[in-house]
Design a protein around this ligand. Structure first.
Ligand code: G6P
Length: 479
């Protein structure tokens, strides 16, 4: 194994863009993970000899840098204790619920914070080691908010961008965090801080003004050392063409037909696909559907709800409780209203490859996305990308970032169960013309603004901000 040379572009994210797979002969290998971020950044990485720094998901697996599918990867090691305190603890039991409007109660523990600081430092040191002179470093998400400042101290020559994939909370909530000032200062190490929505960028600028006392003007923050930091909205998207191509492929079309047949060829297939997370509103949506079946609006002979729940963060208590709650609810609904071979809810606790997801999107008449709070929600956009014939309905929470772009969805408030029920009935009864009108408009949005455009916008803004910078990373689509 050879260590990659200094890189002109370094991506720093909590996870590496690969999954470990076990081969039949007992060896293991790495396969690119199906996430949108990798497909967005892969072309830019190749153009700029990029390196990706991230965690493999393991414990104590001291690995050397390696190459997978031509990508230079630098693994970050975490001990079992760090996984518990940095990842499960501070990242996912403190920041995650706090940044998602306190949908669950955040826990504050000083030892979790200490671990957050030391793991962030490890990421920053590796980035400093692998970045070429004047390189661009793009740091991602809530797990790594201290990296920009730590990295700037080590390497003032770098251009540093930070992007938050999840919501950034209003000041009233953020200020509960005992380490609020350190997080704001950590982020201010970046030249550009990107968020999903303009409201989040405005929350950040206001907090910096109030809590750190820096001068601000619109989206600019003026630091005492003369640097200017910009905060802006860059709504993330998906590989629209890739999904559409998949959805048109013969294999996916056949698989979609197979799925409908296996479900007993109902008239209406409802679909939910989420990580099993309490922010996603899975319980409320299944309850709404159960009540509609109970009240006779839908009959299990001609309607079914397919819910895919992808296992996630299973060591964190709130996630375990949620799993039990959903298991119980599905059991009740199916026990009360199902018939032989006809459950009201077809519940799958598993993750699936992109092809199977595309087939599910093709098979579903009504996609139901009901988070209490969500940075963007890419599932909503993936569904739209797969409906190239302008069929299908999207029921979407107004609290998902995607609702700011997909205005023609059936927008709902997930706290309002009756409102959600009306939307499900409305979407199921709408005529084809109405559905096509809505879908056409939503498709226009995701086609025009795909994930490549997102990466392009962010990197252009990051690199054009200061023309004195000599090495400018160019987004791949411009080359
Ligand atoms: C969200 C976060 C990502 C995270 C992903 C999966 O999309 O924004 O940073 O990687 O969830 O969660 P996990 O904890 O498995 O990395």
């Amino acid at each position: 194994m050879t260590s990659p040379g200094p890189a002109a572009l370094v991506i720093v994210a909590n996870r590496l863009p690969v999954d470990q797979v076990s081969e039949p002969d007992g060896t293991t290998s790495w396969r690119p993970s199906p996430g949108g971020l990798v497909s967005a950044l892969e072309p830019v990485m190749r153009e700029n000899d990029g390196t990706w720094i991230g965690w493999t998901g393991g414990r104590d697996d001291r690995m050397e840098p390696f190459e997978a599918d031509d990508l230079d990867l630098v693994p970050v090691t975490m001990t079992a204790q760090e996984v518990e305190e940095f990842y499960e603890g501070f990242s996912n039991a403190t920041l995650w619920p706090l940044y998602h409007d306190l949908v669950a109660k955040p826990e504050f523990h000083r030892e979790w914070w200490d671990s957050y600081v030391s793991v962030n430092r490890r990421f920053a040191e590796l980035a400093a080691e692998h970045a070429a002179e004047s390189a661009t470093v793009w740091v991602h998400d809530y797990q790594l908010q201290l990296v920009p400042q730590m990295l700037r101290e080590l390497r003032p020559d770098l251009r540093i961008g930070f992007y938050l994939h999840i919501p950034f909370p209003p000041a009233e909530l953020f200020q509960q965090l005992p380490w609020r000032r350190q997080i704001l200062e950590g982020l201010l190490g970046a030249d550009l801080v990107g968020f999903q929505l303009p409201g989040a960028a405005a929350n950040f600028v206001r907090l910096v003004r109030q809590r750190v006392g820096h001068k601000t003007h619109r989206d600019l923050i003026y630091l005492p050392d003369g640097r200017t930091v910009r905060a802006g909205a860059f709504p993330i998207s998906i590989d629209t063409a890739g999904y559409e191509e998949l959805a048109r492929s013969e294999a996916v079309v056949e698989r979609a037909a197979e799925i409908r047949e296996a479900l007993g060829d109902p008239r209406k297939v409802f679909l939910g696909i989420d990580r099993l997370d309490y922010t996603k509103g899975i319980h409320a949506r299944l309850r709404a559907f159960g009540e509609l079946v109970r009240d006779g609006h839908f009959d299990v002979e001609d309607a079914v709800f397919v819910q895919v729940a992808v296992p996630s963060r299973e060591q964190v208590e709130q996630y375990r409780l949620l799993r039990d709650d959903i298991d119980r609810l599905v059991g009740h609904i199916n026990g009360d209203y199902g018939r032989i071979g006809r459950p009201a809810i077809s519940y799958l606790h598993s993750s699936y490859p992109r092809e199977e997801m595309a087939a599910l999107y093709r098979a579903a008449d009504i996609m139901v996305v009901t988070p209490y709070r969500d940075g963007m929600n890419l599932v909503a956009k993936e569904y739209v990308a797969c409906r190239h014939d302008n069929t299908g309905a999207l029921v979407l929470s107004e609290f998902a970032g995607a609702a700011e772009e997909l205005r023609q969805a059936y927008l709902i408030n997930p706290y309002d169960i009756n409102g959600m029920k009306s939307a499900l009935v409305g979407a199921a009864r709408a005529d084809d013309k109405e559905l096509a009108r809505r879908m056409r408009a939503m498709r226009k949005t995701v086609i025009q603004h795909d994930v490549a455009a997102w990466a392009d916008d962010f990197l252009t803004e990051l690199n054009d901000g200061d023309l004195t910078h000599d090495k400018v990373v160019r987004p791949a689509r411009r080359l």
